[in-house]
Design a protein around this ligand. Structure first.
Ligand code: SAM
Ligand code: SF4
Ligand code: SF4
Length: 353
């Protein structure tokens, strides 16, 4: 595969887009701003491992905003139009609005979003909107305060998250999406209550199958609640119907309440993998570029940036990484592929979810 001209679309200032070894374009970039977090969701950063003495990245190990901007600009020149800021918890980065202001100015970037646990969102919502952020996704695993507290490692405060969602809506950062990681026996029995809470509010709930990201969450297939099981229980309560994809590569399968109560998304990366359309690259806080959420290795861009690579060289590095990409982990995931699961993967809090 090679570079492809995009000249037929005059509204797009980027001259070329790049497709990988399986014909997938590079459209999305997820940028993890830092690896620290104020919560300890057991499926992501279990407290026992991420304790008070755990060594997170030091400031000088993390990319600077200038460095992030250079990677984002290189990626947008190769076709990236959607950028998401994530972490760790991105709102622990107090200067995030300065970065938002700069990324949103990049030519070709028409969608800038943020994924947050919402704990600090009410403090940031207005400033983020003023800086030019387009959308917010808030992770909230339950509307039951006890379940939520447990799923946030005893640190989450439901009232703060709900206040954050409201503040984001009022600031014009909607429609807000809510990410819910569903785990059997932990929060699956309370999913309908969460849907009920957000029905009719314009907020879109997305139910995510618990994934085997990283090596530390003790993932087992029997903890996954397949999306079709959730859909069946939703259908017993409400009439819902499928809705068309918004765009190619959208990861959520969308449904809407027939009575106009809004939209529900299903992200079924375990039971219905969507690698065929996957157009995402991920930049970690320390400058590693990964081409799959389940990657066990990436490319060190920080080294190139700090060794003086100019913009053309950086762009060549990015395009050669993408041209070689053949990842399709979720499609290859099979319970019987035991050797696949012993591969060490990079943790999600580090790579950026
Ligand atoms: N701290 C922010 C938050 O929680 O929204 C951003 C980073 S977090 C790693 C990004 C997303 O990854 C969250 O929605 C979280 O629920 C999801 N996530 C983390 N571990 C997961 C897992 N094992 N399976 C599915 N989703 C997971
Ligand atoms: Fe923190 Fe988000 Fe991971 Fe929870 S999912 S521990 S909030 S990074
Ligand atoms: Fe994309 Fe990798 Fe997930 Fe497949 S497994 S959808 S290639 S991130």
């Amino acid at each position: 595969m090679s570079l492809r001209s995009d000249t037929e679309d005059k509204s797009v200032s980027r001259p070329v887009s790049v497709v990988d070894a399986m014909g997938r374009p590079l459209h999305d970039l997820r940028i993890s701003l830092l690896d620290q977090c104020n919560l300890r969701c057991p499926y992501c950063m279990p407290e026992a491992e991420f304790h008070a003495d755990y060594e997170f990245l030091k400031r000088q190990q993390r990319l600077t905003y200038d460095e992030i901007l250079r990677v984002a600009a290189g990626a947008s020149s190769l076709g990236v139009s959607k950028i998401r800021l994530t972490g760790g918890e991105p709102l622990l980065d107090k200067k995030i609005c300065d970065l938002v202001e700069r990324i949103v100015m990049l030519p070709g970037v028409d969608d800038l979003a943020l994924t947050t646990n919402g704990m600090l969102l009410s403090l940031f919502a207005e400033k983020l909107a003023a800086a030019g952020l387009h959308r917010v996704t808030v992770s909230l695993d339950s509307i039951d305060k006890d379940i939520f507290r447990k799923m946030s490692g005893g640190r989450g405060d439901l009232r703060k998250v709900l206040a954050g969602i409201k503040a984001a809506e009022e600031a014009g950062l909607g429609p807000i999406k809510i990410n819910v990681v569903v785990q059997k026996g932990v929060n699956d029995h309370a999913v309908l209550d969460l849907l009920e809470h957000f029905r009719g509010t314009g907020t879109i709930v997305r139910l995510i199958e618990f994934m085997d990201v990283g090596n530390r969450n003790g993932w087992q297939m029997n903890q996954v609640v397949p999306s079709h099981v959730l859909l069946e229980s939703i259908q017993r309560r409400w009439a819902v119907r499928p809705v068309d994809q918004n765009y190619t590569g959208e990861v959520a399968r969308r449904y809407e309440y027939v009575d106009g109560g809004g939209e529900i998304g299903f992200i079924s990366s375990v039971t219905e993998p969507f690698c065929g359309d996957c157009s995402r690259a991920r930049l970690s806080a320390d400058g590693m570029l990964y081409t799959c959420l389940f990657a066990n290795q990436g490319t060190d861009l920080r080294e190139s940036l700090r060794n003086g690579a100019d913009d053309d060289e950086l762009r060549d590095i990015l395009s050669s990484i993408w041209l070689q990409r053949a990842d399709r982990y979720s499609e290859l995931r099979r319970p019987e592929m035991a050797e696949h699961h012993v591969l060490r993967k990079v943790e999600m809090y580090r790579m950026g979810g």
